[in-house]
Design a protein around this ligand. Structure first.
Ligand code: ADP
Length: 278
């Protein structure tokens, strides 16, 4: 059973038809138990990924404000060794970044082989917030879907596993989360007037997301739609999709490590044959 909805390349996404409060028929308790196992499995996969150094893994998280991008990172990657993982949050571009092409700051942060990198927002902002808020001419953002597909193809053909997740919440759930933030003195620092102002553009954002998900889901770099009104289900769906994508690669990583082990033992045997300590 897969909980995240993988967008089939070439199909048209209709977000209105996808229930953001889906729980996959699970209880919260059983969902959390499954999540714990997946988090451990992911840790194990990341260890082998790091040691083998054959692939990089790039996880892209997108979603409206309060959709839970930060929380997903904290919970899904809870056991990951910080030595083998990095996470980047992409904010409003700096002046220097704006003087480059939109992918410049992104390409700089993609994972080298052996590493797992998580993007909190990404190059997709350049066809989302930029489109909705008219930050660039139509011709400019419209040409970006093709640039994105070409860029991601370059990554996947260079042994980077690219997995993209849209955390799908309802506008009502967002309203509740913003109000909860306001009521919590320790979380109020996260508030911004623009969170509420941007809600006026909800339909325009959904349209922009539908275009991005429809035009840029490819076999090699698929988009997943994650029902995210329930935090525990969101975490479970993301973790499961990552584990499912990496598990088939593990045998190859183990094989390369075994070959390496044989070479290292041979080198040691030769060292000892030359009189080295044993
Ligand atoms: P977050 O909401 O992710 O926790 P912030 O409150 O700092 O963090 O928001 C980051 C802001 O940067 C978001 O409003 C996002 O739309 C904006 N942003 C990110 N990338 C771009 C971009 N390429 N162009 C314009 N705005 C961007």
């Amino acid at each position: 059973m897969t909980f995240a909805i993988r967008v089939k390349p070439g199909t048209r996404v209709d977000l209105g038809s996808i229930d953001s409060s889906d729980n996959g028929g699970l209880t919260k308790k059983s969902g959390k138990e499954r999540m714990e196992l997946l988090a451990l499995q992911l840790n194990d996969l990341q260890d082998t990924l790091y040691a083998a150094g054959q692939h990089g893994v790039l996880v892209v998280l997108q979603g409206m404000d309060t959709s839970g991008k930060d929380g997903t990172i904290r919970r899904v990657f809870r056991y990951i060794d910080p030595l083998g993982a990095k996470s980047w949050a992409f904010k409003v571009p700096t002046e220097l970044e704006l003087r480059h092409d939109f992918l410049w700051r992104i390409h700089d942060k993609v994972p080298e082989r052996g590493m797992m990198t998580i993007f909190n927002r990404s190059h997709y902002e350049d066809v989302l917030v930029v489109r909705v808020n008219n930050l660039a001419p139509v011709d400019v953002w419209r040409s970006r879907y093709e640039h994105i597909n070409a860029f991601e193809r370059l990554l996947t053909e260079s042994n980077t596993v690219v997995l993209k997740f849209f955390l799908h919440i309802s506008p009502e759930e967002q309203r509740l989360r913003l109000l909860a933030r306001e009521a919590d003195v320790e979380k109020s620092w996260k508030l911004s007037v623009s969170d509420w102002a941007q809600r006026q553009s909800w339909p325009a954002y959904m349209e922009a997301y539908e275009d991005a998900l429809s035009k840029c889901s490819t076999k090699q770099a698929p988009w997943h739609i994650v029902p995210a009104d329930r935090k525990w289900f969101r975490d479970l769906a993301v973790a499961e999709a990552i584990v499912d994508a990496l598990e088939p690669l593990k045998a190859g990583w183990i094989e390369s490590l075994a070959t390496l082990g044989v070479e290292r033992r041979k080198e040691l045997a030769e060292y000892r044959a030359r009189g080295g300590e044993s």
